[in-house]
Design a protein around this ligand. Structure first.
Ligand code: MN
Length: 236
């Protein structure tokens, strides 16, 4: 498990998947899988003062973050209803809602957990070593992170993440956190729907291509990746 320490921290899966789970029983229609609830802060609302004030933290957590959780659960329920009734006519709408509010919930959970009244200083151990390998050192990371975060256009986030394909840390600017993912996901099965992937044979018949894609899926490989991804979950 040691090698996954940085990844777990960067992806922050623990705070979302596990202790944050709600029962999924509330609301109309069938219960949705894995509904979430808003976790209380692990510190008082004024604990980040003077750097972030009590009123900002209170409104941010109790109103903004709470709204993401509520609407994420609504999207999960609506998608559960869609599967139950085999009615996917609103799939674009609910997929967007899922991505927007799911990402909002994940990123705010990480944001609160990333801060502490006793914070500051520098990382140590494996994380510091990873910064040396990835950025050339803490100071270089700090400069890049600050520059990238400051330069995000409009609303968004500065993010340091673990990129598992190379095994390096990286800094990303996120301008629209809903486009169209939930941060921290680990892809298991992907289907290319850029036109170059199917146009010569299928032209505009993308649905037919996607249907036939199911004849090709290497499920043992997908399952292997699922087993790997499960190891990133800190709590169950
Ligand atoms: Mn926010």
């Amino acid at each position: 498990m040691k090698g996954f320490g940085v990844a777990t921290m960067a992806l922050g899966l623990g705070g979302l998947y596990g202790t944050a789970h709600a029962s999924g029983k509330k609301g109309a229609g069938p219960a949705a899988q894995g509904e979430c609830k808003l976790l209380p802060l692990s510190y008082p609302y004024d604990a980040l003062d003077p750097w972030i004030d009590r009123q900002t933290v209170t409104i941010h957590h109790d109103k903004h973050h709470a709204g993401y959780v509520k609407n994420f659960n609504t999207a999960l329920r609506k998608l559960s209803e869609a599967r139950a009734s085999d009615d996917f006519s609103l799939i674009k709408h609910w997929s967007r809602e899922l991505a927007f509010h799911g990402s909002g919930h994940v990123l705010h959970t990480l944001y609160w957990e990333n801060m502490s009244p006793k914070g500051g200083g520098k990382p140590t151990g494996e994380l510091m070593a990873a910064m040396g390998k990835s950025f050339g050192g803490f100071d270089q990371f700090k400069k890049q992170f600050a520059a990238a975060t400051k330069a995000v256009e409009g609303s968004g986030w500065g993010i340091m993440a673990f990129e598992p394909f190379r095994g390096y840390l990286t800094v990303l600017q996120v301008e629209k956190h809903q486009d169209l993912t939930i941060w921290g996901v680990y892809p298991l099965l992907v289907c290319d729907v850029w036109e170059h992937a199917y146009y010569l044979k299928y032209q505009n018949r993308r649905a037919e291509y996607v249907k036939n894609f199911f004849n090709l899926i290497n499920w043992p490989e997908v399952e292997k990746r699922y087993t790997m991804a499960k190891r990133l979950v800190k709590y169950r």
